[in-house]
Design a protein around this ligand. Structure first.
Ligand code: TRP
Ligand code: ZN
Length: 879
């Protein structure tokens, strides 16, 4: 058992740094057996610090200290303390230079933090606290310095040497080595430092900014990936233009670089001028990437690029402010994606992620506010709450202020804080100052954890023609937070009349200001809104466009949901009505497995399948049944087997009764043309593959023929994978085995496709039972050191293949515990994320709960448990 438990860091303990660093000069000597890092820091006392003679405190992690000197004089053993995780120099002058030499071993770095090797190249990941694995440094984001970096390496093995900023010198060295020196003119925190050295091909492009400057765009990839760069480079140019047009943000350096690496803990990283991407989040071609992958890549390229302003030029004061950059930047990338594709579909996807996974996080043992008050391991706080709920909070400010005032607030924020490390409060203040609005109650969104719940009731007064909506809100208790205050919630609503017409929303009789939708601002525990001149009982359309990240309870009848599904002018709520209806039907089958499936649901899906007039992108989304994960999230004591059975029964019932419509839909959407990524063509492929999946789900022979033919003839990965997935999720055991084998042989050289191949199996209840998962771990293409492979097998199994993972015999839980323990020794960040499904044990029916808990206890009792996993496991077992 672990004895020294990790420290809790509290926001309330924040103090400005005692020392500042103006300039950092780095020299990296890269070798096969390690790297020597020479660092020269220009340090001075912080005039704003009240600390008196505080010693200089530099963070360090896994470093071998070779030497340390102050103003050129080597320090004697008594002049400093090497504490292992810190270097402390006790008496230092007002201003001085500190020279430190460290030795590190990138080739043995499996944590993928700091400097490490990935398929033969050197690369870095410094956010949040990886720079301290490279050299001793005040590794906190409010210490901002100018960096100059010289990289030295073997010329043949590492012809490309990159770091932040502009290249300023290069040349040859003895012994076949060479060097390049980079200088970044913008002061930055150490977490934005990056270095890359490898044998990479360069793809070039240019972008002319709004002020006419020409920017060099470069993408660096391994030679085998040279054909997979065009889409990301185009997406980058679209992002650069969009940020100028919509936010007035121009790029600031003369060069912008993107690098793809195979081994990466997260999606990508916004290092100044040198963004580093997980290969799976940047490399794409029609033959190897699905539509979803293309859209993800476009969004992530934009996200990292947008960080240049929201994150880099204006950065975070401390890690409690992480959502300052992440929430705002996710909001910006969501606006961008909405502009590039279908806004309604983008909103549906974001709301689905939020309601399925963020709500679950907010109701679980790791629940935390958008601005947390404490943490043990900051890597554990790169969460859906910080990113997605944080983005929703910015979206609500956008909606409350309106487009134009929001833009003025954003301009003020960037102008006021350029070059500074600031807080979420500074962001809100800029919005207040630009708009004149008081957001003091709104700030609770940053401070209170938990998903607010709205309970809505209504009354209709036929005589007075008054319709009354009563809305009450409550914010649930979360670990360490009880007795919460009501929040400021924008609640968008509309009312529909019997014929489907939108009714005017009049707050008083005779007023002539009559919009057909309104944003009601909730600030009290309970509000009552009266609408006048309503001549018939309306159907309310609530929380339009998902105007706030809240749960809404209203006693909708099936009749009303069917009505909204076909009449609500708000596309999001049309979809939502369909989801609520499907949830209701599935839930009634959980309670009574033998009950009849609601015939009106079949009719509704029939008309969706036949409806060619409606936006097909929306239809494609409406056809997706709510996921098992969402159904679990909605239940009190989830019985996974019952949920799975009921959902499958509804799916089979729909497919059986709509067979002809599915075939017609398949053929109607099969018209081939050039592969395009427009919302219309994406929707066409989605409809076609959904139809195929449903047909194979019921073992339809004609569906089988279509799937095999599609697998053979597809000219893109969306259709190929759609056919493979349909086969894998069918009971045609022989055919699916053949299909899997053929697919693997065709794409075994491509890691991104092999990852898809792994996850299609691991996520399938038919092909991904535990013995098969165990086989995948022994497959030649599986690699424990590669986070993508781990996620595509173990992650997909535990978070998508829920019926198998929650096998009532507990084998799925025991399996996950074993893999988490194994990974904890090599990569704690990945282990800590992977353990998440077990931490939700309180959500499940008692028979599951006991087994999940004992699997967690096994992880807790592991020898030398990392701080990352320690925090998650202990918090989720605490009572
Ligand atoms: N800042 C990155 C982003 O959101 C996130 C990130 C990349 C990260 N790599 C990481 C966070 C490693 C923690 C650890 O774009
Ligand atoms: Zn980010």
């Amino acid at each position: 058992m672990r004895t020294n438990q990790p420290q809790t860091i509290c926001l309330s303990d924040y103090k400005v740094p005692a020392y500042l660093v103006d300039q950092v000069d780095l020299r990296f000597e890269l070798f096969e057996d390690g790297a020597r890092v020479h660092s020269v820091l220009s340090v001075r006392r912080n005039p704003e610090s009240s600390a008196g003679d505080e010693p200089l405190y530099l963070h360090g992690d896994s470093l071998v200290l070779e030497s340390v000197a102050l103003n050129g004089t080597p320090l004697a053993a008594g002049d400093f303390d090497d504490l292992g995780d810190a270097l402390v120099v006790s008496s230092v002058p007002e201003a001085f230079e500190l020279q430190v030499v460290t030795w590190i071993e990138p080739q043995n770095n499996t944590r993928l933090e700091g400097l490490y090797k990935s398929s033969g190249m050197f690369c870095t990941q410094c956010e949040a606290e990886g720079f301290r694995c490279i050299t001793f440094y005040p590794d906190r984001p409010d210490v901002m310095a100018r960096f100059r970096t010289r990289i030295e390496a073997d010329r043949d093995a590492y012809p490309v040497l990159l770091s932040n900023g502009n290249p300023v010198a290069k040349g040859d060295l003895e012994g076949g080595r060479h060097y390049v020196t980079w200088e970044d003119p913008f002061p930055k925190p150490a977490y934005l430092f990056a270095l890359v050295a490898g044998d990479l091909v360069e793809k070039k492009d240019t972008f002319t900014t709004c002020s006419g400057r020409s920017i060099d765009l470069r993408m660096y990839v391994e030679p085998r990936n040279a054909q997979k760069c065009d889409f990301a480079l185009d997406a980058l140019k679209r992002s650069m233009r969009w940020d100028e047009d919509v936010y007035g943000r121009e790029y600031d350096l003369d060069i912008f670089m993107i690098v793809a690496v195979d081994d990466f803990n997260m999606g990508a990283m916004e290092n100044k001028g040198l963004n580093i991407f997980n290969s799976s989040c940047v490399l794409a071609s029609q033959e190897t990437a699905t539509d979803a992958a293309f859209q993800r890549i476009e969004a992530i390229v934009a996200h990292e690029y947008f960080h240049n302003w929201s994150g880099n030029r204006v950065t975070c004061r401390d890690w409690f402010q992480l959502s300052l950059k992440e929430g705002f930047t996710v909001f910006r990338d969501a606006q961008f994606s909405a502009d590039m594709g279908s806004p309604t579909v983008k909103r549906i996807e974001d709301a689905t992620l939020l309601r399925t996974a963020q709500f679950a996080e907010d109701a679980g043992p790791m629940a935390h506010p958008v601005r947390p008050a404490s943490y043990m391991e900051i890597s554990n706080f790169y969460t859906l709450t910080i990113y997605e709920k944080g983005a929703e909070v910015v979206r609500m400010i956008h909606n409350l202020l309106g487009e134009s005032l929001f833009r003025q607030g954003s301009d003020l924020y960037f102008q006021r804080h350029d070059g500074q490390a600031v807080t979420t409060d500074d962001f809100v203040r800029a919005m207040e100052d630009a708009s004149g609005r008081d957001l003091s109650q709104f700030r609770l969104w940053y401070e209170q954890a938990g998903t607010p719940a709205l309970t809505v009731t209504d009354e209709f007064d036929e005589e007075r023609c008054v319709y009354r909506l009563t809305v009450s809100q409550s914010v649930p208790d979360t670990p360490g937070q009880t007795g919460k205050k009501p929040q400021h919630i924008p609640f968008a609503v509309g009312l529909l009349g019997r014929d489907g017409q939108p009714l005017p929303l009049l707050f008083s009789a005779g007023s002539d200001d009559a919009p057909v939708d309104r944003v009601l601002e909730l600030t009290e525990r309970e509000h009552c809104f009266e609408f006048h001149g309503v001549s018939e009982r309306p159907v309310p359309s609530l929380l339009r466009g998902f105007s706030a990240p809240v749960r809404v309870h209203y006693p909708w009848t099936r009749e009303q949901l069917l009505f909204l599904m076909s009449h609500d002018p708000d596309g999001f709520n049309r979809w939502d009505a369909g989801q609520r209806l499907a949830v209701d039907v599935i839930q009634s089958l959980i309670v009574a497995p033998e009950a009849e499936v609601e015939p009106r649901l079949v009719d509704a899906y029939r008309s969706l399948l036949r409806n060619t007039g409606l936006d097909q992108a929306l239809v494609a989304k409406m056809l997706q049944l709510p996921s098992e994960a969402y159904l679990i999230e909605l239940s009190e004591q989830a019985d996974v087997a019952a949920i799975h059975r009921a959902r499958e029964a509804v799916l089979s019932h729909l497919a059986t009764h709509l067979r002809d419509e599915l075939l017609a839909c398949y053929h109607r959407n099969s018209a081939q043309g050039d592969y395009q990524l427009t919302p219309e063509s994406v929707a066409r492929r989605s409809l076609r593959n959904t139809a195929l999946g449903w047909l194979l789900h019921i073992g339809d022979q004609q569906g089988l023929v279509l799937a095999q033919e599609q697998l053979r003839s597809a000219d893109n990965m969306t259709d190929r994978l759609g056919a493979l997935r349909a086969l894998v999720n069918s009971d045609f055991v022989e055919e699916r085995t053949q299909a899997l084998e053929g697919f693997y042989q065709a794409f075994r050289e491509d890691p991104q496709v092999v990852e898809l191949w792994f996850s299609v199996q691991a996520a399938s209840v038919r092909a991904g039972q535990l013995p098969q998962i165990t086989q995948l771990l022994e497959h030649e293409a599986f690699d424990w050191k590669n986070p993508n492979k781990v996620r595509s097998v173990i992650g997909a199994f535990a978070s998508q293949n829920l019926a198998a993972f929650h096998n009532p015999d507990g084998s799925g839980y025991a399996f996950l515990a074993t893999q988490v323990c194994r990974l904890d020794d090599s990569n704690p960040q990945i282990a800590s994320r992977l353990v998440t499904p077990l931490t939700r044990w309180r959500k499940f029916a008692p028979e599951y709960r006991v087994l999940m808990k004992s699997a967690l206890e096994r992880v807790r009792d592991k020898d030398r448990l990392s701080g990352d996993v320690y925090e998650v496991v202990h918090k989720s077992l605490a009572d």
